[in-house]
Write a protein that binds this ligand. Sequence first.
Ligand SMILES: [Zn+2]
Length: 399
Amino acid sequence: MLVTHVLGDCPKCRGKLQYGNVTVKGFGVLRGCENCSYSITIPLPKIKKKILYLDQFFFSSAFKKHDPRFVKAAGRIREISASQLLVVPFSTIHEDETHQWRGFDGKNKEDLMEFIKSTSRGHQFKLAYDVEESQILKAFQVFLANKPEIFDLEERIAIDPDVHEWDDYFRIDVGRYLGDIELIRSLKNQSVETLVDLFPGWRISTTTFDQNVKLEMQEAAKSYMESYFKYIARIASGDVNALFDSPITSQVVQLLLFCFSKEIPQDQQWRKISDFFISPHFSEIPHLWISARIFAVLKKKLKQGAYTNRDRALTHFKGFFKDISHIATYAPYCDAFVMDNAMASIVADPDIHLESRYGTKIFSLNNWEQLFIWLDDLEASMSQEHREGLIAAYPSTSL
Ligand SMILES: [Zn+2]
């Protein structure tokens, strides 16, 4: 056995400094001898880590080291994560944003990705699109079963339960950037100019907040339907490329159709699907609930006179669509979320209030000291059993 942390002499063969920790796996640390076959597993206590999401702005700012506030926070987050109290998984949206990063000060996108992965200790959320799809599918099944529309989040939709296990010594780099999956779906008019050019119209629109939320829901349903029919039409016309380059959202309706047994006539299946799209089950789907309201709050703020300077708005909203993806997809599954000031003020708006809706604490530079207090409290909450587990699993830890 390959001993990673030498603890002393082997209790069986007496081999000098041959015995120690081999690996940490699940809720145990394997100890063994380099010399003989002796091994033993020391159990570690069950733990439940807090899940923190760091947006791209945090990672790139901490990586560039221009602003000491981010560097300090990143250091503290790394410490508490090493204590197995916290996990800061990265997502496919980070991968996409990093992939489009132009580099800085001799560093390239691979360096930034490595920084993100090492801060995350290799922990990763499930693919953004898979989370979106699982949520829709789950809501549809509940709808078909005539059960109430309340959405049960289920952490495993967004993240593997093994994030709550004790970390092993070595990070396994899965290293698969799936590339254009998210890019393909984000091509639709998602430029900051297009967005900001809509502001004057939104400012004078007379629709109410609730109407705007409803409009967003209809738009979402419409885009799932349209992209599906476009896909089907391309396939029917013999365009095999449709299989490879269709937006991934075109698969949603297909998945819903798979939920029906063959005996149910097609017209009934379609009626059910269109009923679902206007049902509360659909509008309670977390990623839709959040993204629809982010747009509706933005419209509300515009009517109240915010973001009148076009140039400033262009800078302000540069990462808006990606920011929405990060938040809408993952925030409900996080205990806390670090985002920029502009997004924080939107999601803290009483019409969204992520914290009361999903229990997610929001941190931004506007309440930066609160982030440190939250981290301190988390560290202070460590049980004696957990502390002993840390010493057993990671003998070089200084506590
Ligand atoms: Zn031995």
